[in-house]
Design a protein around this ligand. Structure first.
Ligand code: BGC
Length: 812
């Protein structure tokens, strides 16, 4: 069942009912000011950091769902009232539509023949949300209407806001000046920042105290002021400051009125101290308001935003015969990559914004799917991440975006982390050809006195693996590798202690075949990078370490039909036929094959066949099989999940992509693409009632075959799935691969395909690549013609002339 449809021309998903199976959200902003917005305008905003600079309040896991806060509008018409986005008033509407587009959302609702359309967006280079509101009287009689706005301020630190009521109920301060409501509560120490909510028209009234607006025992669905059709002009003093305007309008039949509301954030320089308590310098806010004095200003900024997205998305354009694939590749997957790049795992409808900041592992992987869009931002991010690395090559697992400092509470010791940095840097260099990034003096643990060139950070990442090998010569897993929940050293004998942080045994010798596989793949890329910068000794050393690791994997990491997953702290195999449950895991299969293990002797194919047989389902590949039905204390968190959920045999979309890549490596394009379509959201639109989450973005996981709710997705938007699936489809399946010396064409496609076209901007030139498949093969380019001339091999040479070049790659 569908709850909307794709409008590919406008790059929008159009939701046709407010009661989607779960709130279907969008993101506004892609620089410093960010917002989450659901299809009924729920959600919140923050500046840079979802925890430390939360601007509006949102209650997670609220009852009713998605009424935890938002930017709400209410229409009042002679005693009747409603919300154009249905919620929060939830009055029946004559019509409803929500269009989620690239960085904007338009919600339209009609009741009493009054239609209201609100377009929400964050303009480029603007620290605020603009709401363009258009009210139209579609009836045949004149109407006197009132429009109420409403949002609730968060007291900056979202974590504290949610807990510290003994303090927070006495700190709230606001100021009202004309049609602008300023929120100027200070947070603990004095800071010269504030927020405001304005409208470009005179107001009939306002409220800035939530209780006055809503009523002591009222709710967002029927606020006291709206029911009465009358604001209270309340000025908040402590408690819960909010911002609500009331506008009155006379509308003749067919007449329209338009307004621009701005939710803005202002940060004055630190030295520009507040003159005296509570007096804020409003210059910047006034300038922001003046920027959007008219709806024409808003329209212009929205057009600029759309043009910017058109530009970003023009860097990789696929024309294939498959509409779903085109929209997935050309629009939504790339859009999701930008959002995950910006937000890491911090703020979504599943990530509360207070739990996690940026992840070392996560953010490095996010670069893979984003780097072609804005390489300069990827470069900056790489340096930020590398600056949190520790001198031994290990890393803080997370850091806070505002402070950019490693999070001590989480610490490090996730032994896969260092390798992802190499992968991100290689992706950046291949995309841009910019080797100078390797020379950037980069601190360790943010300490500039111990800075070394980034190249040295990569060496330390590489060495971190070989300096931490276990009894079989496989990499020690540390606290966990990519699979956060496989905590092989962390079991606890102390009741009540967390398996995440407790190490109760001295040995800590658990080893990861996944990290070993990663090492063969990423270590190989590191060696190639060293060759390119002329460090032949290092390249040779890296190659020899990688070869050694491959041997160890084939000797002690091979189980007979697939790669084992790990050795636990007692030296017992994890992910082996010998195990009672969890006999096979997905992660090591993907990475070992990508790293070239078992290619010559057929073991790679055997491993991938085992994946299909044991892990395959119609909704994607499960992470492990059989699912754990009992708690395995030596494995930690993984077996705490019920069978079929999350890391216990859930369909983790992230690592499905590794199998697609591995299948592409062994030339099985049919299988790679089949796996792609099983989890790609646009292909699941028709089963939205089962899948439940947005059909335009990937979730982190869907329930596996062992779960009662098989196929039901959770945790949409912020997941490495976005990047990895874009890499899998754009580079491994469609085969348009940035390489050190040019653009490589190496598809692995279904045999039935006749061909397709990709327009790819690469290092300033535009390549119009036509892939032809006359002999219906899956792999292998037999001829490459660039600008009419035959080129040997399958790498398009670089022109660096900023021009368009035509390429015909014939497979066979
Ligand atoms: C984390 C990833 C991790 C994955 C698997 C996600 O929630 O963000 O870092 O690799 O779970 O455990």
């Amino acid at each position: 069942m569908k709850f909307g449809y794709f409008d590919d021309v406008n790059k929008e998903y159009v939701i046709t009912t407010p009661t989607t199976p779960y709130p279907w959200i969008n993101y506004l902003g892609s620089q410093e000011f960010f917002s989450l917005i659901s299809n009924t305008a729920g959600g919140y905003s923050f500046y840079k950091d979802a925890k430390l600079r939360r601007i509006t309040r949102f209650r997670y896991n609220n009852v009713p769902l998605d009424l935890g806060g938002g930017r709400y509008y209410y229409l009042y018409d002679e005693g009747d009232f409603w919300s154009p986005g249905w919620a929060p008033a939830k009055k029946e509407l004559q019509s409803y539509e929500c269009r989620h587009g690239m960085g904007y959302t338009t919600i339209k609702g009609k009741r009493n023949d009054v239609s209201t359309e609100v377009t929400f967006f964050v303009p480029l280079n603007f620290n605020g949300e603009v709401h363009k509101v258009v009210v139209k009287n579609e009836s045949d009689k004149a109407k006197t209407l009132k429009l109420f706005s409403f949002l609730e301020w968060c007291l900056w630190n979202a974590d504290d806001d949610d807990r510290n009521f003994q303090r927070n109920f006495s700190t709230g301060e606001v100021e009202i000046k004309g049609s602008v409501i300023y929120h100027k509560t200070e947070y603990k120490e004095r800071r010269n920042h504030y927020a405001f909510f304005s409208v470009n028209a005179p107001i009939a009234g306002f409220d800035s105290d939530r209780e006055s607006f809503i009523g002591t025992y009222g709710g967002f669905d029927a606020p006291k002021a709206v029911v009465a059709g009358q604001s209270n002009n309340s000025v908040a003093d402590g408690w819960s400051p909010c911002a609500s305007h009331c506008l009155e309008m006379e509308l003749q039949p067919g007449e329209t009125k338009e307004y621009v509301f701005i939710l803005g954030y202002v940060e004055n320089p630190v030295e520009d101290k507040w003159e005296s308590k509570g007096v804020i310098n409003k210059t910047k806010a006034e300038a922001m308001i003046a920027q959007f004095a008219t709806t024409a200003d808003a329209d212009k900024a929205l057009a600029e935003l759309k043009a910017d997205w058109d530009r970003l998305l023009s860097k990789y354009i696929l024309e294939s015969g498959e509409e779903k694939l085109n929209r997935q590749v050309n629009i939504w997957n790339q859009y999701q990559c930008m959002v995950t790049f910006n937000l890491s795992r911090s703020a979504s409808y599943f990530e509360s914004g207070v739990g996690r900041g940026m992840g070392f592992r996560d953010s490095n992987q996010d670069i893979l799917g984003f780097v072609h869009q804005i390489p300069d931002r990827a470069r900056e991010r790489i340096i930020d991440i590398a600056s949190t690395q520790l001198q031994d090559g290990g890393a803080y697992h997370q850091y806070q975006p505002l402070t950019k400092r490693g999070n001590d509470a989480i610490g490090g010791n996730f032994n896969d982390d260092p390798l992802w940095l190499i992968l991100a840097v290689v992706a950046y260099v291949k995309e841009t050809g910019d080797y100078s990034i390797l020379d950037v003096m980069t601190p360790f643990d943010n300490d500039m006195s111990v800075a070394t060139p980034l190249k040295d950070h990569l060496k330390r990442s590489f060495d971190h693996v070989i300096n931490n090998l276990g009894p079989h010569g496989l990499p020690l897993i540390g606290r966990a590798d990519w699979n956060d929940c496989l905590n092989l050293n962390c079991f606890s004998t102390e009741p009540g202690e967390s398996f995440q942080t407790t190490t109760s045994k001295d040995g800590r010798v658990a080893e990861s075949v996944m990290i070993a596989g990663m090492f063969t793949y990423i270590g190989g890329l590191y060696a190639r990078l060293m060759e390119k910068v002329g460090d032949m000794d290092e390249a040779k050393r890296a190659d020899s370490e990688v070869d050694k690791m491959r041997e160890v994997i084939m000797k002690d990491g091979w189980d007979g039909k697939w790669f084992i997953r790990a050795y636990d702290d007692f030296g017992k195999k994890v992910g082996s036929e010998e195990c009672e449950e969890g006999k096979i895991f997905i992660e090591s299969q993907g990475f070992c094959v990508m790293g070239g293990c078992g290619i010559e002797d057929g073991k790679a194919i055997e491993a991938l066949d085992s994946v299909e047989e044991r892990l395959g389902t119609k909704y994607g590949l499960v992470l492990n099989n059989p699912a754990f039905t009992r708690y395995v204390v030596e494995y930690g968190e993984i077996s705490t999940y019920p069978a079929g959920y999350k890391e216990n045999a859930g369909i983790f979309c992230h690592n499905n992509a590794w199998i697609m890549c591995a299948e592409a490596c062994v030339g099985r394009g049919d299988k790679a693409y089949d796996y792609y379509t099983r989890i790609a959201p646009a292909f699941l639109e028709d089963i939205s009632e089962i899948h439940r989450l947005e059909p335009y973005v990937y979730p982190q996981m869907a329930a596996g075959k062992d779960a009662r709710r098989f196929g039901e997705a959770k945790n949409s938007w912020l997941t490495g799935t976005a990047s990895w699936n874009f890499v899998a489809i754009s580079q491994f399946i469609l085969g348009i691969q940035p390489d050190f010396d040019g653009l490589k064409i190496d598809p692995a496609i279904p045999k039935a395909w006749d061909g397709y076209k990709v327009t790819r901007e690469f290092r300033g030139d535009i390549f119009e690549v036509e892939v032809k498949n006359p002999n219906h093969v899956s792999k292998g380019v037999s001829s490459l013609v660039v600008d009419g001339k035959e080129v040997a091999g399958n790498v398009i040479p670089m022109f660096n002339d900023g021009k368009r070049h035509t390429v015909v790659a014939t497979m066979g």
